[in-house]
Design a protein around this ligand. Structure first.
Ligand SMILES: NC(=O)c1ccc[n+]([C@@H]2O[C@H](COP(=O)([O-])OP(=O)(O)OC[C@H]3O[C@@H](n4cnc5c(N)ncnc54)[C@H](OP(=O)(O)O)[C@@H]3O)[C@@H](O)[C@H]2O)c1
Length: 219
């Protein structure tokens, strides 16, 4: 993740010419079989065309589907209601996998099948993220997933206790936008949950005055 000193992740007002490079260059050094993002982040990569009506005359069973592909790496999106619309089944060199709940319509499944986008069900109305990881391994042989944000997806994997390592590129900028997503958006208020603690693994100065900090999660 790329974060400001106050933990914010949207770079809209940071004033960098090429903000993507500060995220992408370090991320490319973290090898994984798949990268995974939330629906809001993936809509930056999926189709920008207006979404057509997705009605189906046939009922498609709520069963996992592996689309034809020859990619070796994957782009996974947590999209419980099926809001991403696809022109093709790839983002860059990665084959797209939609993680859905059974709330989605047959029309949406028909759309994914027509584009050969793979999908799996992670729950009836809510997602079981441990099950999602198990299915990614079972259907696609994925062993290592790089969770690439945004804050809500990071927060839900954090809350489920499914993060082993955390990589942060700390940008020398204070953002201060109240309500903008932060690195981890898990829960409102101080409930019974305790914060996740990390152990420092490495820290490196990059791009002159950014810090690349890597942590292990303390179990
Ligand atoms: N600085 C960085 O390194 C970095 C990295 C990635 C993204 N970003 C930025 O972060 C922003 C988006 O962050 P965000 O936190 O608003 O959104 P996000 O995490 O990308 O997506 C959140 C959405 O994903 C779905 N979702 C996530 N976890 C879920 C769960 N456990 N169960 C059910 N649904 C789940 C929900 O979709 P529904 O609403 O459809 O239910 C939720 O609203 C974008 O502006 C993006 O550019 C920054």
């Amino acid at each position: 993740m790329l974060g400001s000193v106050d933990g914010r992740i949207k770079q809209d007002i940071w004033g960098y010419k090429d903000p993507a490079k500060y995220f992408e260059e370090p991320a490319s050094k973290i090898k994984a079989d798949a990268w995974l993002v939330g629906r809001v982040t993936m809509q930056e990569f999926s189709s920008k065309k207006p979404r057509p009506a997705m009605k189906s005359t046939v009922r498609i069973p709520k069963e996992d589907f592996v689309g034809t592909h020859d990619a070796k790496t994957y782009a996974v999106v947590i999209d419980p209601s099926g809001k991403c619309h696809w022109d093709k089944n790839m983002v860059s060199t990665e084959h797209v996998i939609e993680v859905l709940t059974e709330k989605v319509s047959s029309g949406y499944l028909e759309h994914l099948r027509a584009k050969n986008v793979s999908y799996l069900f992670g729950g009836k109305t809510e997602l079981d993220l441990a099950l999602v990881l198990e299915k990614l391994n079972r259907h696609f042989g994925i062993k290592r997933v790089r969770i690439d944000g945004g804050g809500h997806v990071n927060g839900s994997f954090l809350k489920a206790g499914l993060i082993d390592e955390f990589s942060l590129v700390l940008a020398p900028v204070a953002d201060g936008t109240i309500g903008a997503p932060t690195l981890f958006e898990a829960e409102k208020g101080f409930g019974k949950r305790t914060a996740t603690r990390f152990r420092l693994k490495s820290v490196k100065k990059i791009f002159d005055d950014f810090l690349w900090i890597r942590y292990d999660v303390i179990r």
